[in-house]
Design a protein around this ligand. Structure first.
Ligand SMILES: NC(=O)c1ccc[n+]([C@@H]2O[C@H](COP(=O)([O-])OP(=O)(O)OC[C@H]3O[C@@H](n4cnc5c(N)ncnc54)[C@H](O)[C@@H]3O)[C@@H](O)[C@H]2O)c1
Length: 394
């Protein structure tokens, strides 16, 4: 086999911004046959299928009909976080491998069900946390795990998007669904990226989470206000006592020099390291203003090919799926793909805990909620039962 037949479930904003290039203009395009599409939103389904020549008989509003009618090898589940589990589980049960954009799911229970189904069916599941393929993250992981900096003590990470990302009044709207920013938080959309990268570098189990949320800019939007957080500070304590603050928001003025401003500093017992993600190294002064672009993430090459870690992260998952179908995936690589960390379990736990922390929190000033401390051992045991929680080290 030299191509995977892929069914795409959900063709909203992440497909417009990233995956359309993976599917049709990347170094991975030759191994991908985008064979069918399922999305209940007519506008988005037609946009994608008309743009890329998907015939009428392979366009579906219901993914279950697509799975029943089209022969596939894999699906990619690009639906909102709370709708990741059902299509993923149905695809795995149908004998397909599955790529899911981060986070694995909105809850630990959904994440656990997805992991269990993949393990039981023997199919592959891959979560596209694209920062895992950022060369700076890979360097940090290798250097940290060599013992070079001693033990992680305290770290600060931040990631702030322009307001246009969360603002339903902005035209064109960033998300396909107008209530995306109200239904989601900077934690589900942004903190999970940094949390996954951090956990991958330090390889520690998070044990406690507390969040503080700031809600000033989003409720003041006009004419459609958003009942949601502008900015969240999530404090994560790890099993070794280390603490990380992950500060994320989506209220930077639209005049910002980049869509995302992000960085981190990690202080350890024998040194520190900075991930200067803010400085991808390309600035332009142009008639429209001063801008920074990140060619490491997404690089539009002269011949039309799109490269960068935003593309190679999901692309490498598909390469592994194909190798596996051809009996050429090393057992150690497969085992690495299917660990709880690789499948995003701890990040889902932090996500659920941080959102619960805020739900149970108290207002401490106008528009500011201080969350309660959430113990991850209790949360995971309550959701999965003690025996399953123990499998994840809780
Ligand atoms: N890689 C990244 O950095 C990145 C960036 C943005 C979003 N995401 C993730 O991608 C996922 C999708 O986010 P988005 O920004 O594209 O959201 P979106 O709201 O723009 O699009 C979601 C799409 O899924 C469709 N959908 C909803 N229910 C469906 C169902 N049952 N079957 C098929 N399609 C269905 C919707 O109609 C819509 O077209 C989320 O998990 C999000 O967190 C990842």
């Amino acid at each position: 086999m030299d191509k995977l037949r892929v069914g795409v479930i959900g063709v909203g904003s992440v497909v417009r911004e990233i995956y359309q290039y993976l599917y049709f203009r990347s170094d991975f395009t030759p191994i991908l046959d985008i064979a069918a599409v399922a999305d209940p939103n007519d506008e988005y389904r037609n946009w994608f299928c008309d743009s890329f020549g998907i015939p009428a008989e392979r366009r579906f509003s219901d993914y279950r009909e697509m799975l029943a009618k089209v022969e596939l090898d894999a699906t990619q589940v690009n639906t909102p976080d709370h709708i990741h589990a059902a299509p993923t589980i149905a695809s795995l049960e149908a004998g397909l491998d599955v790529v899911v954009p981060k986070p694995t799911a909105a809850t630990v229970l959904d994440t656990h069900r997805m992991i269990q189904t993949a393990r039981r069916t023997g199919r592959l599941l891959g979560i596209d946390f694209h920062k895992r393929e950022d060369p700076r993250m890979k360097e940090a992981e290798t250097r940290y795990q060599s013992g070079r900096y001693g033990q992680f003590q305290v770290g600060v990470w931040y990631m702030l998007d322009k307001l246009m990302v969360a603002d339903p009044n902005h035209r064109p709207m960033f998300f396909a669904t107008p209530d995306f920013a109200a239904r989601n938080t900077p934690i589900s959309f942004l903190t999970v990226h940094m949390c996954d990268a951090l956990i991958k570098i330090v390889n520690l189990v998070p044990v406690s989470v507390r969040a503080t949320g700031y809600s000033h800019a989003l409720p003041a939007l006009e004419p459609v206000p958003v009942a949601g957080y502008d900015l969240c500070d999530t404090e994560i304590l790890f099993a070794n006592g280390a603490a990380a603050h992950i500060v994320t928001g989506w209220h930077l003025p639209n005049s910002a020099h980049a869509t995302t401003v992000q960085s981190s500093r990690m202080i350890c017992s024998q040194g520190l390291f900075d991930l200067g993600l803010d400085t991808p190294g390309y600035y332009e002064i142009h008639g429209d203003g001063l801008f920074q672009v990140n060619p490491l993430f997404k690089n539009f090459e002269k011949d039309g090919t799109v490269t960068g870690y935003g593309i190679s992260s999901p692309g490498r998952l598909y390469q592994k799926f194909l190798a596996n179908r051809n009996g050429a995936l090393a057992e150690a690589v497969r085992a690495d793909m299917m660990t709880a960390t690789a499948l995003g379990f701890y990040t889902s736990a932090v996500l659920e805990a941080a959102e619960r922390s805020l739900e149970l929190g108290q207002p401490i000033a106008a528009g500011v909620t201080q969350g309660v401390s959430v113990d991850l051992r209790s949360l995971v045991a309550e959701q999965l039962g003690a025996a399953a929680a123990a499998e994840y080290g809780y």
